[in-house]
Design a binder for this molecule. Sequence first.
Ligand code: ZN
Length: 639
Amino acid sequence: MLKCIKMEYTVEQFDDIKILRYEVPAFTQLDLQQKLFVYYLSCAALAGRDILWDQNNRYNLRIRKLLEKIIKSYKGDITSTDFEAFLLYAKKVFFANGIHHHYSMDKFVPHFSKDYFISIANSVGITPEEDLLKVIFDTNYMSKRVVLDAGVDLIESSANNYYFGVTQKEVEDFYSDKTKGVVHPEMWGLNSTLIKRNGAIAEDVWKVDGKYGAAIKEIIDYLEKAKEYACNETQKTVIELLIKFYVTGDLKTFDEYSIKWVGETEAQIDFINGFIEVYGDPLAYKGSWESVVQIVDKEAGKRTSIFADNALWFERNAPIDDRFKKDEISGIVARVMQVAMLGGDCYPATPIGINLPNSEWIREEYGSKSVTLDNITYSYEQASQNSGVLDEFAYTEEEKTLARRYGYTSGNVHTDLHECLGHGSGKMLAGVTTESLKSYYSTIEEARADLFALYYIMDKKLQELGIVENDDVAKCEYNSYIRGGLLTQLTRIKLGCNVEESHMRNRQMIASWVYEKGRAENVIEKIFENGKTYFVVRDYQRLRELFGNLLSEVQRIKSEGDYQAAKDLIENYGVKVDYSLHQEVLQRYDKLNVAPYSGFLNPNYELIMKDDKIEDVKISYPSSFLEQMLAYGDNYGLL
Ligand code: ZN
């Protein structure tokens, strides 16, 4: 279905970023009511953009407005090296929704002088304030958005804007008191900034008459409009509860909303809109604002419904202790969707799969909904063909052939297993909460889902179910996982730095753990040839067993809340990088001239009117990153 329109997927490349587009062929097949539903949900998805900017750092919005003004009004030499450096800095800030890299979390270093910046600002009638200049040019100030290093105060050293004037200890005490002994705990802290004022600690709640009120009001207005076109009555209730949550800020309402949302599985259009993921907070309380609007891809959805129908079989046969298994699996909903609009923390850098809600007890009692965003993975696949990365880092011809033949399939099957079964599997022992693992929780949870996928992708059951045709799909996935975890993901890290981001820590942890444990048996062989390092899988079955062993341990850590074991595992395997290997990988990668990160432009939707009546909604695919960024700033600059 995706191949019907011919389009250029790669739009442009700058610094370490590649900008892509995604197509939404499913949109054109909707009727007018459904199109209007997508249209208003899309407006709501864009209306919260400024919230995320402010969450990422408290100077972000002021800096962005300054950058926008200069780009739009500067009349001087725009071909000079200085202005080009300025424009590059601005694009990086736009892409990252702030002054810190979206993935490494490091603050961007401008490659133009403070004097130059002041001069171009002056020329458009602005005198930049001292505090803004300090944030932009003082590299040591607010240098990292999310700090996860052991041994420092994670709250005081992180430059995000979720806390003000509090220490890590104070935050932990403030929230742990609220959840102790509660059976159905709300997601405390999810929708507020925690502030110390005059010695007292209090939450500044994000709601329509509170913090971020102006943006939240606009989101609500669009949701009200969208509600009229909802696919069914349950979906109407979902929207009403979401609006109520935005009005009251009450986390109990958010739980009610999540339960309704997870139970709504019939609609052809679905959406996420709210304070959802907690990766931006080293202590994993605060939800960054995000939104995704999606349309069901019926054809491609067959695979995930097979997984969902067989979920209990996978749970029963998982290589984990029976005490940590669920007795029944309720409400696994796994769908393949096409993204129609990305907003907040999902834009421009985009997830390829989503599993929600995040509330652990709701997941256990009501299940979860998973989506694979297949127009995103398709676009990635199209853009990555012939990048040269595979040829550089894969050692054998067989490995390259497998990757070319099965790369797209194995990636999608892995994502489906990870999202639809992995995150939803297992249970925690009574009294244990996700908080026990503190800053290691996200990495452990991602590892659990990845290991579940890696273990099962080689299971004969998948062939029985008709998901994959042979073992080659699993072999392809194993090769690429090991190559990614031990080599190619290092291209995303600056030389001399540690691995910080949770998903990356997880991948390195898994890959280096199985490499070490299988070393004596040569499960994965390390080869050094002509100055180049390769890792070659030699025993796929044994590797699968090792994935199973680690899954068992990671599940135990989560179920028991074993903080020390989580810390040891991640710090020993997932954080540190071998300097000379890192240097080598970066040199090899540099020669290929490919950007390690990608993100997406959104399509535009436009109401087509005839005699004051809406006749249709037109979709179009823009091709300028900067134009889209400036337009969003104009139309949705609400804070
Ligand atoms: Zn995940």
